[in-house]
Design a protein around this ligand. Structure first.
Ligand code: AMP
Ligand code: MG
Length: 316
């Protein structure tokens, strides 16, 4: 069984040593738990793809402590600078042109001319980046395609044997993955809705282009079936059908469901994002064939929640 250590200075020091030796460490960020390896080490990065069974064409996000640590890795643009100044550290990933001399394993960027960079704000992630002083490649710490982990127990359940060390920092404060925006070109493009709402980004850089609606696919992983529980998922449900579990929101509580959870009884989208992945897992564990999900408003973190729910419902 993998070693799980509560977040502490000693655990961070141990984790930094595991990483420097080319190991895999799962650690909490504000979005979800990440599966980290040193991004400059080909063999360590290859272990991430193997551990997650991640398709080799899906690039990884590189985590850095701050904007300064990201200088040697990318060619920075005005929009990139503005968004980093507004939202780093935090749940925002910036896609920029890769600096040709950046010492990042080519496996991380799967041969693309761009690189995805993020500075997480969660204290454990920050301390780990400061202890290693190296960029860390870190996708979500779950088998590819399954529901993302928001607790250390979720990580152990999905990847238990293949991670060298898990740092337990409690449940994630945001609960959905980072927003990914492409700031490499003339216009800023939203590649994945996430922990920073679209409205907050548009307040800084103006209206965002949408990746699918307004052009070719630009983010290789974006169309894969993802976040998928074992059960089927039925969206925009007003009430459960016989035998269904129900994931509610606000006053939509799913009376009569086999099992029910409520993402936020008060209709708070931030709370709903925090609860989303854990509640999907809990309802899946009830063994039902279908989880029906109440309608979720498409504003604030609702856009990210609806994106994850659509992908959980799709493609199987
Ligand atoms: P994950 O770390 O699994 O939550 O997913 C990372 C997301 O960032 C995926 O949707 C990737 O396709 C996307 N991504 C990573 N690197 C790049 C890049 N260089 N260009 C565009 N998208 C990227
Ligand atoms: Mg993921």
């Amino acid at each position: 069984m993998t070693q799980v250590l509560p977040a502490s200075d000693a655990a961070i020091e141990e984790a930094a040593q595991v990483l420097r030796r080319g190991g895999l460490v799962a650690f909490p960020t504000e979005t979800v738990y990440g599966l980290g390896s040193v991004a400059t080490n080909d063999r360590a990065v290859a272990r991430i793809f193997q551990a997650k069974q991640r398709p080799a064409h899906n690039p990884l996000i590189v985590h850095v402590a701050d904007r300064a640590a990201a200088t040697p890795l990318a060619i920075w643009t005005e929009a990139g600078e503005a968004l980093a100044a507004a939202f780093w550290p935090g749940p925002l990933t910036l896609v920029l042109a890769r600096e040709p001399s950046a010492p990042i394993s080519p496996l991380v960027t799967v041969g693309l001319a761009t690189i995805a960079l993020r500075a997480p704000s969660a204290p454990t992630a920050q301390k780990l980046l400061q202890a290693t002083l190296l960029p860390l490649a870190a996708p979500s710490a779950n088998p590819s395609g399954q529901v993302s982990p928001t607790t250390a127990a979720h990580v152990v359940a999905g990847l238990g044997d293949v991670v060298d060390l898990v740092i337990d920092g409690g449940p994630c404060s945001v609960g959905v993955e980072s927003t990914v925006v492409d700031v490499s070109g003339e216009q800023v493009r939203l590649l994945r809705p996430g922990g920073v709402p679209r409205e907050a980004i548009e307040a800084i850089v103006g209206p965002l282009l949408d990746s699918v609606a307004d052009g070719p696919i630009q983010s290789p992983g974006q169309l894969e079936s993802h976040y998928a529980p074992r059960a089927a998922v039925r969206l925009e449900a007003l009430q459960p059908a016989p035998g269904e579990a129900f994931l509610g929101f606000g006053y939509m509580i799913g009376k009569g469901a086999v099992a029910a959870r409520n993402l936020s009884p008060t209709g708070d989208l931030d709370e709903a994002a925090r609860n989303l992945f854990a509640m999907l897992r809990q309802l899946d564990d009830a063994g039902v064939a279908t989880i029906a999900v109440a309608p979720i408003p498409q504003q604030g973190l609702g856009e990210a929640i609806n994106d994850r729910l659509r992908r959980a419902a799709a493609g199987r």
